[in-house]
Design a protein around this ligand. Structure first.
Ligand SMILES: [Zn+2]
Length: 266
């Protein structure tokens, strides 16, 4: 059964030494395609270069993460637009708001996010959205601009029911990670995930972050490694299936079809 990882930071330095082995393991574990997340101008370029090595297997996004919103300059728009003109780049992002860590001033995050919406409008590509502790402001901005882009996914959703229902009302898609496998902080997410219609759900690892907490140490590549990787995606899908009371094959089938449609994959 096929799985598509819609968010993996494969240009993170932790993958520098063994990217080929990582890709091979994910193929072996039925992960049939990976969308590599671009989080800055440089990493979006790196991600695109990486797809040259695995043209059938990888696609990318291009954007500037809210943590990096301070780096957004007037010329960034044109640089991102140039990247987005490549057919391997399937979505605009990662972009959005992170008021949890506030690594960039909030006003800069808001301005950069609005520019990414403009990019989505101009390129007709979907938005890949990050939100942490900022759902009210994010909802406000999206409501204001909703007619300017076709599709968007709130990736790595970890919020509460109120935020989830607002995003669904705005006709957005929801990305779920191994956060749901955490028996402590993932508990409230596990309780509400089944409210996501199956045609609005996609799955992701957010590797190398968010290693599923309930992963048996013997399943890990290096028992001591805390690095997450796309080969663990079926494990995440199984946890999600549990929350829905469905067989994992159904989660695989629906999320794969949704990801193909959303990102325009063949
Ligand atoms: Zn994110």
């Amino acid at each position: 059964m096929p799985f598509i990882d819609i968010g993996a930071n494969l240009c993170n330095e932790s993958f520098n030494k063994d990217i080929e082995a990582v890709i091979n393991r994910s193929k072996k574990n039925d992960v049939t395609h990976i969308v590599v997340t671009g989080t800055s101008e440089a990493s979006s370029e790196d991600a695109l270069k990486l797809t040259d090595l695995y043209p059938e297997y990888l696609s990318t996004t291009a954007g500037i993460h809210p943590h990096d919103a301070s780096s957004y300059q007037a010329f960034s728009y044109h640089n991102l637009l140039a990247l987005l003109s490549n057919e391997k780049v399937k979505a605009v992002g990662e972009t959005g708001l992170d008021f949890n860590r506030d690594f960039s001033p909030r006003q800069k995050q808001i301005e950069a996010f609005e520019k990414h919406i403009e990019l989505a409008n101009e390129t007709n590509k979907p938005l890949f959205i990050h939100e942490r502790d900022a759902h009210r402001k994010l909802t406000e901005i999206i409501t204001h601009h909703r007619d300017q882009f076709s599709d968007g996914v709130v990736h790595c959703f970890t919020g509460e029911k109120e935020a989830l229902f607002k995003y669904l009302d705005l006709d957005l898609y929801i990305g779920i990670t191994g956060w749901i496998c955490d028996e402590r902080r993932g508990k409230s997410l596990a309780a509400i995930v089944k409210n996501i219609p199956l045609n609005r759900l996609m799955i992701e690892t957010d590797a190398p972050y968010l290693l599923p907490r309930d992963l048996d140490p013997s399943q890990r590549i290096k028992p001591k490694s805390r690095r997450n990787e796309p080969s663990y995606l079926p494990h995440i899908a199984a946890s999600i299936a549990n929350c829905y009371g469905l067989d994992v094959t159904e989660i695989a089938e629906h999320t794969t079809a949704t990801a193909k449609r959303f990102f325009g994959l063949n």
